[in-house]
Design a protein around this ligand. Structure first.
Ligand SMILES: Cc1cc2nc3c(=O)[nH]c(=O)nc-3n(C[C@H](O)[C@H](O)[C@H](O)COP(=O)(O)OP(=O)(O)OC[C@H]3O[C@@H](n4cnc5c(N)ncnc54)[C@H](O)[C@@H]3O)c2cc1C
Length: 470
């Protein structure tokens, strides 16, 4: 699309905030679009990432951990099976395609998928500024409409863009009253911190989800002298449901149905299928942990201890460790554990988009629970007239787009949907308010992708009227 300068500053068509897999998939979609169209139809896009280089959950790149999503749900395949950004294209380039096929698995190692992401990110690096943290967003109003946003970064730079795509990921969450320290970690820092421990006699791992089970297994294996106490409120680790019918909840079509449903039905579906992702563990890992636990029982050396149906009642740091008081939920009995380190594998919460948006957040329309209203094309709906728009990718749209929001499963298709919407709106803005025909050519349907404005005529359902799996 055409370059536009205001006050000497270029107004981008699209600015991505955060460069994890969500915006990486979008950057690839933009790049493929730009190389297929004439210059005047190209999008001017840029992505800002606070990390110094690409990194996806580096603190949990445990050697033998595998993906919980089929490699076919990579960055591109469900959108464009012919793309050379696919996991298979990566394998081919690495000379491992045949070896991978012989492996007969849909679930690559996490370290391998990380390397695939890095490989793909390197190929679109011309679109990314690393080491660039977005600190503030300001709407710029012209003629009574929000024309674009000014986006400030920690290094003092200011960028201007008509469309923002915020994909800043999840924020580690700790039990109430606990905070991270040298001896109290969140599992997201596991590999960053574990090397600082040369000897340990006891670890406490809090939580019963996939990350908790992986952390427990890893510490148990790595510290052969240490006791590892797993504390969780469930009776036992529970398997994730990745059976075929349940797995359909991650399908692109499921997003349509979910978004079109009333909120009480959406909430019900989220509750029914929480066990596809939340507080659940791969069955192989559960069996592995059980095998270890039983073996130690047989040989009379119980290093892996399961404190089930329990909660952490108190944590107090001492001169040489942490005193953890664990309360049994069934008996109320307290067990005091002196540990070297406590690892909280207690999940994540979506980052608060509205904090990042600052002043711009006051324009947002919200549902009865105070959550931002999000159109089908992932745009935040606003009260004010606007040519500019904010799109959101990630867990912040779980209430509107379903359980797949925070996961990788829908990345490729979602990128296309956002790209189509941005292209449609950009074309219509450039050709004036009568640009609907151009916009429709991109969006396929004027109703699905309204041509003008964040706050007007959102024909999208629910918009106008108001584990790692997949
Ligand atoms: C250990 C682990 C394993 C997982 N495995 C799977 C799996 O196998 N399958 C699956 O479907 N899902 C999995 N998930 C779920 C996970 O949420 C997604 O894989 C994925 O990370 C979502 O991508 P994202 O780009 O939306 O967010 P993220 O990957 O979190 O990326 C967000 C990026 O935004 C950057 N950022 C944040 N704030 C700013 C700012 N203000 N300015 C600039 N940059 C910023 C961050 O540095 C980060 O790089 C896993 C999650 C974890 C924790």
């Amino acid at each position: 699309m055409s370059k536009e300068l205001r006050d000497g500053r270029e107004v981008l068509d699209l600015l991505g905030v955060g460069f994890g897999p969500s915006n990486l998939a979008l950057a690839i979609a933009v790049s493929e679009h730009n190389s297929a169209v004439p210059e005047r139809e190209r999008l001017r896009a840029r992505f800002l990432e606070r990390q110094e280089c690409f990194g996806w959950h580096r603190g949990m790149l445990i050697d033998d951990a595998t993906m919980q999503v089929s490699f076919l749900k990579d960055l591109v395949t469900l959108r464009n099976p012919a793309s050379d950004f696919s996991f298979l294209a990566y394998l081919h380039e690495q000379g491992r395609l045949v070896d991978f096929v012989n492996h007969k698995t849909l679930f690559p190692l996490r370290v391998e998928f990380h390397d695939y992401f890095r490989w793909a990110a390197d190929r679109v690096s011309h679109l990314v500024s690393y080491g660039t943290e977005v600190t503030a967003v300001r709407p710029v109003v012209e003629g009574g409409r929000v024309a674009h946003f000014e986006v400030s970064t920690r290094d003092g730079a200011v960028h201007a863009a008509r469309n923002l795509v915020v994909a800043t990921g999840l924020v580690p969450s700790l039990p109430e009253g606990m905070s991270v320290s040298d001896r109290v970690w969140h599992n997201s820092d596991l590999l960053h911190k574990v090397d600082s421990v040369s000897r340990a006699s006891r670890f406490v791992v809090v939580g019963a989800g996939q990350s908790a089970a992986e952390t427990t297994a890893m510490l148990h294996e790595r510290f052969a002298e240490a006791e590892v106490c797993a504390v969780f409120s469930r009776y036992g680790y529970s398997p994730s449901d990745d059976s075929p019918f349940a797995n359909r909840v991650f399908d692109p079509a499921a997003v349509d149905e979910f978004h079109g449903a009333p909120q009480d039905v959406r909430d019900q579906l989220l509750a029914y299928h929480a066990n596809t992702n939340y507080s659940v563990v791969d069955i192989e890992l559960i069996e592995d942990l059980y095998r270890r636990h039983y073996r130690e029982k047989v040989i009379g050396e119980q290093r892996l201890r399961i404190l089930n149906a329990s909660r952490v009642a108190e944590v107090a740091e001492t001169d040489d460790g942490v005193r953890v008081t664990v309360e049994s939920l069934t008996t109320g009995r307290h067990t005091v554990l002196h540990a070297d380190v406590v690892v909280c594998a207690t999940g994540y919460r979506p980052g608060d988009v509205t904090t990042l948006l600052g002043e711009a957040a006051t324009m947002l329309r919200r549902d009865e629970a105070g959550r931002p209203l999000v159109a089908r094309d992932y745009r935040l709906l606003t009260e004010s007239d606007a040519d500019a728009a904010v799109y959101v990718q990630g867990g912040a749209t779980e209430h509107s787009h379903g359980i797949t929001s925070s996961l990788l499963s829908n990345n490729a298709v979602r990128s296309q949907e956002i790209l189509d919407s941005v292209l449609g709106r950009t074309a219509s803005t450039q050709s004036g308010r009568n640009g609907a025909e151009i916009a429709d050519a991109y969006s396929g349907s004027a109703e699905a992708h309204p041509v003008v404005g964040v706050g007007v005529g959102t024909g999208a359902p629910g918009g106008g009227g108001l584990r790692h799996v997949g």
